[in-house]
Design a protein around this ligand. Structure first.
Ligand code: PLP
Length: 410
């Protein structure tokens, strides 16, 4: 047995108890999904294509009802017309905030692609429409800054309290459902009566509950990530209290028609099948991330979150010593991908980024980051971010390629 094989086997056996916990979470989430399918009496007719306005589109409406059930919420918009997570978040925020209102983030800076949505100038941002933004950062230890939150909430113009569950591109742990429950309760104790809004990207099905089951009013995510199960062809979702979902629906289409229109000529099977697969696929991605994290840690690299316990989202960061190691890691992920494995990646100047970026995305669904994918800005500390993996086996296969490329396979 080679050194790499021995190391992987050792790490796998050490991870067995953590893997068992993840399997249990996947089981509970699958039960939740199946319950939602059963409650809504899903049948073949729900997968049928529709055209034109889509009045009375049962596939669309029932898909929303299924998501609402899974998330323990009253209503949901689930649609291929929400083109990405960023779009779904944008529709949600624009639906809820009016001129003079304030959006208050209690988890620091929102995800990169939301910065222009919130604060851009002259591009139709929330700021351009008279919506103010303020934030308080998480504390050093990743916890909420409760004093700053209480102070921030004294301002009666705060209408939406925002928090981002996943780590994004920050070196911090994702926020746990326990933390979310605590902060939601605290925000209510402070007398806040507006909407608690969660960017749920990368968090779905990682734990047994979702933010809407722990005090959040609305949560939003991308079907190119966890809840699409690697099968949904595109789309986003917005789930939560009916009063909020109704106004957001007015923004998604037009205030006069809301969620009563919208067709999909390819039919909805892949969305249903995707969310059916999602709890299992998410568990595969989490286990793959833990294995890659643990093995690279054993090889002397620093990685976050901890590779010894269950994480709160599907993403992982790894720090390398040099640009060469960083690029080798990303290239190895690409070369071990099912699609475009023959491509040799190079860093490039990507619009909107100050540093060059290198990206691996050998995916079936373009850019789907529930599939094994990785990217990194080229700057010290050389940090690669990766996520996904439709199967544990693919993650393990990629790990062999990574070790080989890093010359860490002995
Ligand atoms: C990916 C992501 C987004 C944006 O989703 P896209 O589908 O890439 O537009 C927003 N927030 C977080 C935390 C994300 O991980």
């Amino acid at each position: 047995m080679g050194r790499a094989e021995e190391l992987i086997q050792k790490c796998e056996s050490e991870l067995a108890p953590v893997f068992a916990k993840m399997d249990d979470i996947a089981y509970k989430n699958e039960a939740k999904v199946l319950c939602a399918f059963k409650n809504n009496r899903i049948a073949l007719r729900h997968f049928a294509p529709t055209t034109g306005y889509g009045y009375g589109d049962e596939g669309r409406d029932t898909l929303g009802a299924v998501f609402a059930d899974i998330f323990g919420a009253e209503a949901a918009l689930v649609s291929p017309n929400l083109v990405s997570g960023t779009h779904a978040l944008t529709v949600g925020l624009f639906g809820l905030l009016f001129a003079g209102d304030t959006l208050f983030s209690v988890s620091g800076d929102p995800y990169d692609t939301l910065c222009d949505v919130i604060g851009g100038s002259g591009i139709g941002s929330l700021a351009d429409y008279g919506v103010r933004f303020k934030k308080c950062d998480l504390k050093e230890d990743g916890g909420f800054d409760y004093r700053a939150i209480r102070e921030g909430l004294c301002d009666p113009s705060v209408k939406v309290v925002f928090l981002q569950r996943s780590r994004g591109y920050a070196w911090r742990d994702a926020i746990s459902e326990k933390q979310i429950a605590e902060v939601c309760a605290f925000v209510r104790e402070c007398g806040f009566e507006g909407c608690i809004f969660v960017d749920n990207c990368y968090g779905e099905f990682v734990e047994e509950t979702e933010p809407t089951q722990n005090g959040a009013d609305v949560c939003v995510g991308s079907l190119n990530k966890n809840p699409g199960g690697g099968i949904a062809p595109t789309g986003g979702y917005i789930v939560g209290k009916r009063c909020y979902i109704d106004t957001i629906a007015g923004r998604m289409t037009a205030p006069s028609i809301g969620a009563e229109v919208g067709s999909y000529a390819y039919g909805y099977r892949l969305f249903y099948q995707g969310v059916f697969m999602a709890p299992h696929v998410v568990a595969q991605a989490v286990k793959g991330s833990l294995l890659i994290g643990k093995v690279l840690q054993a090889c002397g690299f620093t990685t976050s979150p901890s590779a010894d316990k269950l994480p709160y989202d599907i993403t992982r960061a790894v720090r390398f010593n040099t640009k060469e190691e960083l690029c080798a890691f990303i290239q190895a992920v690409q070369e071990a991908s099912p699609v475009d494995s023959f491509v040799t990646l190079e860093p490039w100047d990507m619009p909107g980024y100050t540093d060059q970026v290198i990206m691996a995305a050998g995916c079936f669904v373009q850019g789907a980051s529930i599939e094994l994918s990785a990217d990194a800005p080229i700057r010290p500390p050389y940090t690669a971010y990766f996520q996904g993996g439709l199967t544990y086996e693919h993650c393990k296969y990629a790990l062999f390629a990574i070790l080989k490329k890093l010359n860490a396979d002995g």
